[in-house]
Design a protein around this ligand. Sequence first.
Ligand code: COA
Length: 193
Amino acid sequence: MGVSSAEDEIALGHGDVRVADPEAMSVRLETERLVLRLPQLSGGEPGDRAAAIEHVERWIARWERNGVGQFVVLLDGRPIGRVGLLVWDARTWQTSTYAAAGEHAETELGWALTSRHWGHGYATEAARGVRAWAYAERRVERLISLIDPENARSTRVAEKLGAWPDERIETALGPAVVWVHPRDPTSDRTSNR
Ligand SMILES: CC(C)(COP(=O)(O)OP(=O)(O)OC[C@H]1O[C@@H](n2cnc3c(N)ncnc32)[C@H](O)[C@@H]1OP(=O)(O)O)[C@@H](O)C(=O)NCCC(=O)NCCS
């Protein structure tokens, strides 16, 4: 994976107010088959236009607050979904910010692709790229994925990424298993597919 961002590390000690500097907002990652970039209001993101604008505005605000967020996944230059980071407060299992959640902050690595692009290993490949970037460039202490135990496809992605299941929790969206991601890429010997 190539990382072509500015030297834009943000110290993410708990309790920090994390205001992303403008250069941090230009991060762009490349994996074998995919390009991952920040959402843009003019970016032709998938889906209904009004809903897309609302989503994108929320995603950009999260990047600005936390220095991390969702990437748009591009295949041959076209958006096929999103993979990236979301901050939760483990006291309530509601989405939050690093500043508000403090030492209770958990950083989730999540994925969603348009259905016609499922089954090619793209989610796994993109998530592996984001995970490496988050641990190396954003100094995230621990990455988790919250997965509905009924979601076999997503669970399989977590397994392929070398994550392991920990506790079961309740979020506003229902039950979820907390999958914990390895920090050491050498301990993750699974392939993209
Ligand atoms: C989850 C999601 C991102 C996976 O994307 P993807 O690109 O198909 O993922 P991958 O191709 O990397 O891996 C999917 C794996 O699930 C497996 N799979 C597919 N259907 C399955 C099923 N019914 N039961 C078990 N495994 C299944 C595939 O075989 C593949 O594993 P393999 O490589 O060992 O064969 C995609 O299905 C999606 O966007 N779903 C809707 C949003 C969502 O649920 N997001 C996750 C929220 S926690």
